[in-house]
Write a protein that binds this ligand. Structure first.
Ligand code: 7TS
Length: 402
C-alpha cells in the first residue's frame, strides 16, 4: 500500500505536542498537495472572470471551468454536462431545489418526505418551502440500529407527495441508505427523489443514471477539493421546468425593464461569478481520487471502520450510536453518561481531532434521547496506529473524568 499520507502536507504536524490524528473527515477532508498546487497555479497563471471576456486569460479560465464541469459529469456518470450545476456546496444545492422546484411544483396540501436521519441542510430548506407553500413535511423513521424503516415508505408515499429527499450516507450514524430502492418505490408513484450525497461522494462510486435519481447533491470539500464548491446534478427535464433560483449576471439571455429571458442550462442556475479556482481544484481532486481508485479508497476505509469498531468496543461502557449492517467509515459513540464535549476536549489535548455534539442532526439525538455524541470519521489516509491512539486517549480521558 503506497503511503498516501505524504500527499497531505497538513497531516505532518504536532498538535499540543503530539502528532496530529485527524478523525474529523466527515466535517471536511484534508487536501492533497496536488489540489493546493492547482489553486496556486490558477491564481498565478490564469485567474480571470469567465464566460464574459474575449481576452486570453478569460478564455483559458472559461475553458478550464467547463472542463471541470465535464470531469464532474464523468465522475457521477451524468448523461449531460449541462445537468451539472456548480454551486457553493451541498447546502446551496439543496436550497436551490427546495426553493426552485417547490415554487413550481409544491402547493397547499401537498407533502414532502425526508428521513429521520437527515443533516439539518436536508430538513430546514424543505421546512421553509412547506411553510411558504402551505405543505406538510412527513418523516420516514429509522430503527434503533439506524436503519430506515423501509416498510413504512409505501404508506408514506401518496398522491400528495411531491418530492422525497434523503441522504445517501448519514453523517452521524454512518448508515449507507438503500437509495436505489427508495428511488424505485417513489418513481413507481411518479414522485421525484433528491439524494444528499455529501457523505457519499469520494467514498462510494456514484452513478446517477444507474440510481435514476432526479437530483444529487454534494460538496467538494468533503472529497479532497477546496471549500467553496459543490454540485447539483439534476435531470434536464426538471431544470427546464424549474424557475431560476437567483437572479443576476450570467443566468440571463436578455434583460429589459419590462422583461427578462433566461440563459440556457446550466447557466440559468449559475448567477454571478463562481468560485473558478475552487472548481478547477474540484477537478484536480477528482483526478486524484481516480488515480488511487475509489475501490482502493473504499476498501481502506472499510478496513479502518472494522478495526476501529472492534477496538472502541473494548472500552468499558462505550456504546456505538449507529450499528447498521451497511456503514460508511463514521463512528458515533458515547461512554456511560460522560459528556462528549468533555472527552473531546481532553483528547484534543492529546492531539486527536474528533467532532462532538449533535452533528447538525438534532432529530437523531432526539431519537436516542442523548444530547450528542463523539464522532470519529475516517479517511483512507488514516491508519490503525492512529485508531490505537484514539482508543488509548479515550480510556485516559474516561479515567480522568470518572
Ligand atoms: N448533508 C450531509 C449529509 C452532511 O454531512 C453535510 C455536512 C451537509 C449536508 C452540508 O454540507 P455543506 O458542505 O454544505 O456544509 N456535514 C458536516 C458534518 O458532518 N460535520 O460538519 C459538517
Amino acid at each position: 500500500m503506497p503511503d498516501f499520507r505524504k500527499d497531505f502536507p497538513i497531516l505532518d504536524q504536532q498538535v499540543n505536542g503530539y502528532p496530529l490524528v485527524y478523525f474529523d473527515n466527515a466535517a471536511t477532508s484534508q487536501k492533497p498537495k496536488v489540489v493546493i498546487d492547482a489553486l496556486n497555479d490558477y491564481y498565478q497563471t490564469i485567474n480571470s472572470n469567465i464566460h464574459r471576456g474575449v481576452h486570453h486569460l478569460s478564455q483559458l479560465a472559461t475553458a478550464r471551468f467547463e472542463e471541470a464541469r465535464r470531469a464532474v459529469q464523468q465522475f457521477i456518470h451524468a448523461p449531460h454536462a449541462h445537468e451539472v450545476i456548480l454551486t457553493k456546496g451541498t447546502t446551496e444545492s439543496i436550497n436551490l431545489v427546495a426553493s426552485s422546484f417547490c415554487q413550481r411544483f409544491l402547493h397547499a396540501g401537498d407533502e414532502v418526505v425526508v428521513s429521520e436521519m437527515e443533516h439539518h441542510a436536508n430538513i430546514v430548506p424543505w421546512q421553509l418551502a412547506c411553510e411558504r407553500h402551505g405543505a406538510t413535511l412527513r418523516v420516514l423513521p429509522f430503527d434503533d440500529r439506524g436503519v430506515l424503516r423501509m416498510e413504512e415508505l409505501d404508506s408514506l408515499l401518496n398522491e400528495k407527495t411531491r418530492i422525497v429527499a434523503v441522504n445517501h450516507v448519514s453523517n452521524t450514524l454512518g448508515t449507507i441508505n438503500p437509495v436505489a430502492e427508495i428511488i424505485r418505490k417513489a418513481h413507481a408513484k411518479g414522485i421525484p427523489v433528491l439524494v444528499d450525497g455529501a457523505q457519499a461522494a469520494g467514498h462510494l462510486p456514484i452513478d446517477v443514471q444507474a440510481l435514476d435519481c432526479d437530483f444529487y447533491c454534494f460538496s467538494g470539500h468533503k472529497m479532497y477539493a477546496p471549500m467553496g464548491v459543490g454540485v447539483l446534478y439534476a435531470k434536464e427535464q426538471w431544470l427546464n421546468e424549474m424557475p431560476p433560483y437567483q437572479g443576476g449576471g450570467e443566468m440571463i439571455k436578455t434583460v429589459t425593464f419590462a422583461h427578462t429571458t433566461y440563459n440556457e442550462l446550466p447557466y440559468k442556475f449559475e448567477a454571478g461569478t463562481p468560485s473558478v479556482g475552487d472548481v478547477i481544484g474540484l477537478q484536480t481532486a477528482i483526478e486524484y481520487i481516480n488515480s488511487i481508485g475509489l475501490e482502493v479508497i473504499a476498501g481502506r476505509e472499510q478496513a479502518l471502520l472494522e478495526y476501529a469498531t472492534q477496538q472502541l468496543l473494548q472500552i468499558d461502557g462505550l456504546q456505538i450510536v449507529g450499528t447498521a449492517p451497511h456503514k460508511s467509515a463514521i463512528i458515533s459513540f458515547n461512554i456511560n453518561k460522560l459528556h462528549p464535549f468533555d472527552i473531546g476536549t481532553l483528547i484534543d489535548q492529546m492531539g486527536i481531532a474528533v467532532r462532538t455534539g449533535h452533528h447538525c442532526s438534532m432529530p437523531i439525538m432526539e431519537h436516542f434521547g442523548i444530547p450528542g455524541t463523539l464522532r470519529a470519521s475516517f479517511a483512507f489516509y488514516n491508519t490503525e496506529e492512529e485508531i490505537d491512539r484514539l482508543v488509548a486517549a479515550v480510556k485516559k480521558a474516561v479515567m480522568m473524568l470518572s
